[in-house]
Design a protein around this ligand. Structure first.
Ligand code: 0X9
Ligand code: ZN
Length: 439
C-alpha cells in the first residue's frame, strides 16, 4: 500500500470515529436526582413542575418503583435550576448520579458482548436486547421454520422508512378467522423490556408449542414487537432514554410525538396529553398524524370484527391498566376486563410473589388522551384491552440489566398466559349465553 493510500485509510477511520462520537449521546455529566416529596401537596407541585419543565425528564412521572421517591434525569445545564426550584419549595432531594454516562456505556458494552454469542437470525431473547433491524431479521426467518404456523405481514412504514412488521401465529389447523389476540410493544422507544417480552411470547407459542397448545386452539395471535421503530432504533444508536418517535414536529427544536397520545379516540382533550412539541407526551397536530400509530390503528381495525384481546406492552411500574384513560368513568365491559386483569395479577402473585396493581389507567396512574387501549375499546371493538406496565429494572426503571431479562419475561409470561386463558373463559361464557337466548 502506498503511503497516500495508508493516509487515506487513516483519515477515513478518524472520520468514522468522529461521526460515531457525534451521533452517540453518551449522557456525559447528566445528573439523576431522587426527590422525596413529603405529602400530597408536594407530589402535586412536582407534577406541575414536570408539566412546565419539558427539559426535566421525570421518566414517566410516577412514584418510582422503589417507592423512595421520584427519579429525575437532567442535562448538566439544567441541574442548577432544578435544585433551585426544589430548595424554594423545600422538597427533599438527593443526587444519585453525577454522570450517567458510566452506566449507559457499561450497559451498551454488556449488550454488544452478549449479542455476539449468537448469529442472526438466531437470537438469545433472554441474553441481550435486540434492535428493530435484528428483530425483523428474526421474524422473517420464522415462516421458514414454521411454514404452517407463522406468517409475517408488513402493515406499513415508519417515518424513516423502516418496515413495520407483525407476526401472526396459529396452530396450523386451517381454521380461518379465529378470534384474535393482538400484542404490541415498544410504542415508547426506551422501554426495551417490552420487545423482549414480545419475542419471548413468540418463542413460547412457536418453539414451546406442546406446553401452550391450548392458547392457540381457538385463537390466532398477532404480535408486533416494535411499533416505534425509529425511536427504538434511536435509543439503541443515539440516545438511550428516548421516548417518542422521530418524525419532526412544526417546531424545529423538537423532534417526536408520543405515539400513545396520537390515537383518534378522545384525542386532544385538555388533560392527559400535551399540545407542546417539547413535552414528552406531545400528542401531534392531529389524531393519527404519525405513520406508526396509523399502522397500529390499521391492525386494530383489520381485526376489529374478531378482536378478543388487545395487550399493549410498556414499562414500567407493575400495572395492568384498563380503559378509560381519558375520563374517570368506566367502559361498559369494565368488569370483564377486571376479571382478566385479576387472573393475570393473581397468577403472577402465585408464581413469583410479584405484585401488580390493576384498574383503570385514569385512576391508577394518570389521565391520558389518545392512548391506544382507549381507541381499541372505543373504536375497534376490542372485548378486552390492557396496557401492561412491566416491572422496573436497572437504574432508571427502563434499563434492566441483561441478567434480569429472564426473570422479568418469564414472570410476565405467566401473567399474559393467564390473561389469555381468562379471555377464552369469558368468550365461552358469552357464546353460551348467546346460544341459550337463541334457543
Ligand atoms: O403514559 C403512557 O403512555 C403509559 N405509561 S408509560 O410509562 N409506559 O409511558 C400508560 C398509558 C396507559 N393509560 C393511562 N395511564 N391512562
Ligand atoms: Zn410506555
Amino acid at each position: 500500500m502506498t503511503s497516500y493510500a495508508l493516509l487515506g485509510w487513516l483519515l477515513l477511520l478518524l472520520l468514522l470515529q468522529f461521526s460515531c462520537l457525534l451521533a452517540w449521546q453518551d449522557y456525559k455529566d447528566y445528573k439523576v436526582f431522587e426527590l422525596q416529596p413529603e405529602d400530597d401537596d408536594q407530589v402535586q407541585l412536582l407534577r406541575q413542575l414536570f408539566w412546565q419543565q419539558p427539559h426535566w425528564d421525570f421518566l414517566g412521572s410516577r412514584l418510582s418503583y422503589n417507592e423512595s421517591g421520584y427519579r429525575v434525569l437532567v442535562a448538566p445545564n439544567q441541574a442548577e435550576s432544578l435544585v433551585k426550584q426544589l430548595q424554594t419549595h423545600m422538597i427533599e432531594y438527593q443526587l444519585l448520579s453525577d454522570d450517567l454516562s458510566q452506566l449507559v456505556k457499561a450497559q451498551r458494552e454488556d449488550n454488544q458482548r452478549n449479542k455476539a454469542r449468537f448469529t442472526l437470525p438466531f437470537i438469545d431473547v433472554i441474553g441481550a436486547f435486540y434492535t428493530h433491524t435484528e428483530i425483523n431479521e428474526y421474524l422473517d426467518s420464522l415462516p421458514q421454520r414454521y411454514p404452517q404456523r407463522a406468517l409475517v405481514k408488513q402493515f406499513g412504514w415508519s417515518y424513516e422508512r423502516r418496515p413495520l412488521k407483525l407476526l401472526t401465529i396459529n396452530n396450523g389447523d386451517g381454521r380461518a378467522n379465529k378470534p384474535v389476540i393482538f400484542i404490541d410493544a415498544a410504542m415508547h422507544a426506551r422501554e426495551w423490556i417490552a420487545p423482549s417480552l414480545a419475542l419471548y411470547i413468540i418463542q413460547q407459542l412457536l418453539d414451546n408449542y406442546a406446553e401452550n397448545e391450548q392458547l392457540l386452539k381457538d385463537y390466532d395471535w398477532v404480535i408486533m414487537p416494535v411499533v416505534n421503530a425509529d425511536g427504538y432504533e434511536f435509543s439503541h444508536t443515539d440516545s438511550r432514554y428516548w421516548r417518542k418517535n422521530r418524525k419532526p414536529t412544526w417546531d424545529p427544536e423538537n423532534i417526536g410525538t408520543d405515539l400513545n397520545r396520537n390515537f383518534g379516540y378522545m384525542w386532544g382533550l385538555d388533560e392527559g396529553a400535551s399540545p407542546d412539541p417539547s413535552n414528552e407526551t406531545y400528542r401531534g397536530e392531529h389524531a393519527f398524524d404519525q405513520p406508526e400509530s396509523q399502522v397500529v390503528r390499521d391492525v386494530l381495525l383489520h381485526y376489529s370484527d374478531r378482536l378478543s384481546f388487545y395487550l399493549s406492552l410498556h414499562s414500567y411500574g407493575n400495572y395492568l391498566l384498563l380503559p378509560w384513560g381519558h375520563t374517570s368513568s368506566f367502559p361498559s365491559n369494565y368488569l370483564d376486563m377486571m376479571q382478566v386483569a385479576d387472573a393475570g395479577a393473581m397468577a403472577i402473585l402465585q408464581a413469583t410473589n410479584g405484585i401488580y396493581s390493576y384498574g383503570s389507567g385514569y385512576h391508577l396512574m394518570y389521565s391520558t388522551s389518545g392512548d391506544s387501549t382507549d381507541y381499541a375499546v372505543g373504536v375497534a371493538n376490542a372485548t378486552v384491552a390492557i396496557t401492561m406496565e412491566l416491572p422496573a429494572g436497572g437504574f432508571l426503571g427502563f434499563d434492566p440489566w441483561i441478567s434480569h431479562i429472564e426473570g422479568i419475561v418469564t414472570e410476565s409470561w405467566v401473567g399474559v398466559r393467564a390473561m389469555a386463558l381468562e379471555v377464552e373463559k369469558l368468550d365461552q361464557a358469552k357464546a353460551k349465553k348467546k346460544l341459550i337466548s337463541i334457543n
